[in-house]
Design a protein around this ligand. Sequence first.
Ligand SMILES: NC(=O)c1ccc[n+]([C@@H]2O[C@H](COP(=O)([O-])OP(=O)(O)OC[C@H]3O[C@@H](n4cnc5c(N)ncnc54)[C@H](O)[C@@H]3O)[C@@H](O)[C@H]2O)c1
Ligand SMILES: [Zn+2]
Length: 369
Amino acid sequence: MGATPLQVNEIDAGGHPVVLGDDALKQLDHTLSRAGHTSLFVLGDENTLRHCLPELLAHVPALRQARTISVQSGERAKDIAVCSDIWGHLTKEAADRDAILVCLGGGVISDLGGFVAGTYKRGIRWVVVPTSLIGMVDAAIGGKTGVDLGGVKNLVGVFHDPIGVYVHIPFLRSLGKRDLLNGLAEMIKHGLVRDAAHWKAICKAPLHDLKALNELVQRSAAIKAEVVKLDPREKDLRKVLNFGHTIGHGLEAHSWESPQRMLLHGEAVAIGMICEAWLSFREGFLERDLYELIAKQLMGLYKPYQYHSAEHHRMVELMRNDKKNKGGEFRFTMLTGIGSAKVDVPISALQVQAALEHYRLLIRNGAQV
Ligand SMILES: NC(=O)c1ccc[n+]([C@@H]2O[C@H](COP(=O)([O-])OP(=O)(O)OC[C@H]3O[C@@H](n4cnc5c(N)ncnc54)[C@H](O)[C@@H]3O)[C@@H](O)[C@H]2O)c1
Ligand SMILES: [Zn+2]
């Protein structure tokens, strides 16, 4: 009798596969068993090690000898001092160039772990097992890794493809509603820039129903993988995925300066998408009714972020270091419809401020789009 075929759906993201389906972790076990490594490490934070590691070890016997490295949860772990600790830990454990680092966590763990793996001894192999929704549909896919520096998002990083991304949907069971909505923002983005039908399906997404969410995760992961495959080094097409992120990253970094109103990445991107959809309309790329539809949907899902006009200047300053800018000029991804976008559109600081003011008034006036 032959072995039963694994129930997996493998998507090609160019530099690595994204493996989804009931047996994704079994496939990881096969891959690790044949990887010819000298040592294995699992990197996670206190939440992912508590909620997900036991299930991972149950499905992946090849990892039972692995040593675990724990960092504190949250964006603050994307820091060069934390990298230094992990590099030190790997050295102490005599990890050589045939060691493999398995990143078990959300986008913070894959961004941080991928960067550590991409730089330790000029690059060791790594694997991602995403545990948050954002990780499964976006952050884990595409080999973009990095950490924050001086209050600026993702300032230091490398492209370093993992061996593979292994998506196990049941890990989402221990996520709260806020973290699910956080991931939903990136899925909304995928629909807005590439696939109108996906956007429509997401608008009705039952967050509590993992079975229904499963299909949407597969589609979002496929959109991300397809874009990354066509443009791995973000020369052109991959920039569509930055929709909502120029203003979003500025707002996210701005929120770190007053911890009582800290925004999660997806929450900041959701507001960024409202502002950038408005800019798309003002610049003549997007019809007004489509902008209104998008803003209404996002306003209904995400809590408002309050600020004064006097803070626009600081927000714009935080956006200036964005890697997408060219020669000191802002470059934005603009929507041209629901499901299509145009990249590299020059936008002035004044226009960005107008978008921030538009959003400020929008929430002050009780979300009358
Ligand atoms: N590299 C990329 O292409 C890319 C794309 C999108 C986002 N990102 C980055 O991803 C980060 C945001 O991702 P995130 O929201 O996943 O961050 P995260 O890793 O901080 O996870 C969010 C929270 O959920 C917890 N968590 C994760 N999985 C859990 C589980 N299964 N059960 C219980 N708790 C769990 C974590 O401990 C953390 O507290 C940002 O830093 C963003 O810049 C990167
Ligand atoms: Zn993002």
